[in-house]
Design a protein around this ligand. Structure first.
Ligand code: URP
Ligand code: ZN
Ligand code: ZN
Length: 458
């Protein structure tokens, strides 16, 4: 494929030129390129971006009371239509006491014949013993170079086990994340609200205040400091106090800590819980007030935040979410987002003048690819990188509406938002897989990403 005359954007550069892709790999980036027999895509006046990388999805996630309604087929189609050409999914917990490879095998069964874009898996730690610590080394060869544990929910780890995992992560040169919420404070508030009959969705948010999240984030930072700066990826940061704690830790010398926030914490606010359809927004951490969104935006603008993920975890509003109609605690936690990440960040970030095009690419492609061992195969436009490209028309506009989307869920949290810029084509390993919002690729074409160790100097 030859992409002609586009405005090529990487994390470092913006220039007009051509991209030549042969056998799925970029062979040349330059001026006046010509090829023989290549499919030519005219990108004049359009932006040519690296395929975006979303390192926070939950396809097929089974949370006991419901299963996320996007599987690796529908979820990756939605991702592709939104300009994301690689994902790294968080594996669900396995059976009690299972070895780490149990879920890796399970997830290959779920994904290998279905995914339409390239994909990897984060390991999940649900208990800690010598076998688990040994498995963390064995699985490096299988491409599992990042792990997540939970500080709340079933299978939450106790402090000593968190320390053991984090020490092992540092020893092996991997990267760890944790779902950071203080379990005890959630239990206290849930109990209080149940006793006082406060069961509407707004009490979901009130049961998980920003201090509850910040406390857990700060403890992770302090644990990392005690262990000598463990590669730590703070997932779905939703609040300004947590961001302050991270910045303070950086000032104290922590260098290997990276922050992800998600579009929901930038574009949606806690007032939505008071609406009749408030259950749509039951997710953890919950939506916050605008002050926190503003602080996160500032963190993005100043470079304190390194990546944008989605935490895509969709449940149908008409059915799954209604389990919480009488009691917020019975509502499955999570919301869709994989399809609109890049369009939202382009429109509200770049077109509104908050961030540069290069910073958009860093946040949505280059940094996640580096931190999760996929760079430079993924996350940039350079000879030798995979031919994963998004062509975005900066002059087009559109309104987000569920009926035009590919996520297999019955609503979009962003319904009705008017966006500047529109994706006109998406290329994965040199194959045109999306044109004008229509998916053209084949089921199962996605390849497993055997990821390397993280690059933490970003
Ligand atoms: O509510 C959420 N975020 N559900 C998905 C799982 C998680 O905590 O990331
Ligand atoms: Zn989480
Ligand atoms: Zn998540």
């Amino acid at each position: 494929m030859l992409i002609k005359n586009g405005i090529i954007v990487t994390g470092a550069d913006t220039f007009t030129g051509d991209v030549l892709i042969r056998n799925g790999v970029i062979t040349q980036v330059g001026l006046d390129l010509s090829g023989e027999g290549e499919e030519v895509l005219d990108a004049a006046g359009k932006l040519v971006l690296p395929g975006a990388v979303d390192v926070h999805t939950h396809f097929d996630l089974d949370v006991g009371i419901a299963t996320a309604v996007d599987d690796f087929y529908t979820g990756t189609i939605a991702a592709a239509c939104g300009g994301t050409t690689s994902i790294v999914d968080h594996m669900a917990f396995g059976p009690d006491g299972c070895r780490l490879d149990h879920q890796v095998k399970r997830y290959h069964e779920l994904a290998d014949d279905k995914a339409v874009i390239d994909f990897g898996f984060h390991g999940v730690i649900q208990h800690v013993n010598e076998d688990v610590l040994a498995d963390m080394q064995t699985l490096i060869a299988e491409g599992i170079t990042s792990y997540k544990f939970y500080m709340t929910y079933g299978y939450k780890l106790e402090d000593a086990d968190m320390m053991r995992v984090m020490a092992r992560i540092k020893e092996l040169g991997l990267i760890v994340s944790a779902h950071p919420e203080n379990d005890g404070t959630i239990a206290y508030f849930k109990d209080l609200f149940h006793k006082t009959g406060k069961l509407t969705p707004e009490y979901h948010a009130k049961s998980r205040p920003f201090q509850c999240e910040s406390d857990a984030v700060n403890r992770l930072l302090l644990f990392s400091e005690m262990l000598g700066d463990v590669p730590l990826y703070v997932v779905h940061l939703s609040n300004g106090l947590g961001l302050d704690y991270c910045k303070q830790a950086r000032q104290r010398g922590l260098r290997n800590m990276f922050i992800e926030t998600c579009p929901q914490y930038l574009f949606l606010g806690e007032e939505l819980y008071k609406n009749a359809d408030g259950l749509k927004y039951v997710m953890s951490p919950p939506l916050r007030d605008k002050r926190h969104s503003d602080e996160l935006w500032r963190g993005i603008e100043l470079g304190d935040v390194q990546t944008i993920g989605t935490d895509h975890c969709p449940f149908n509003y008409a059915t799954d979410k209604q389990q919480g109609a009488e009691d917020f605690a019975k509502c499955p936690n999570g919301a869709p987002g994989v399809e609109m990440r890049l369009p939202l960040m382009y429109s509200e970030g770049v077109a509104k003048g908050r961030i540069s095009l290069n910073r958009l690419v860093d946040l949505c492609a280059t940094n996640p690819a580096k931190l999760f061992g996929m760079y430079p195969k993924k996350g940039t436009i350079a000879p030798g990188s995979d031919g994963d490209i998004v062509i975005l028309d900066p002059n087009a506009k559109f309104t987000i509406t569920k009926k035009d989307m590919h996520e297999n869920v019955d609503y979009s949290p962003y319904e009705g938002m008017k966006l500047d810029g529109r994706i006109s084509a998406v290329v994965s390993r040199g194959e045109l897989i999306v044109r004008d919002n229509t998916f053209l690729g084949a089921k199962g074409r996605g390849q497993f990403l055997r990821r390397s160790k993280p690059i933490t100097m970003i």
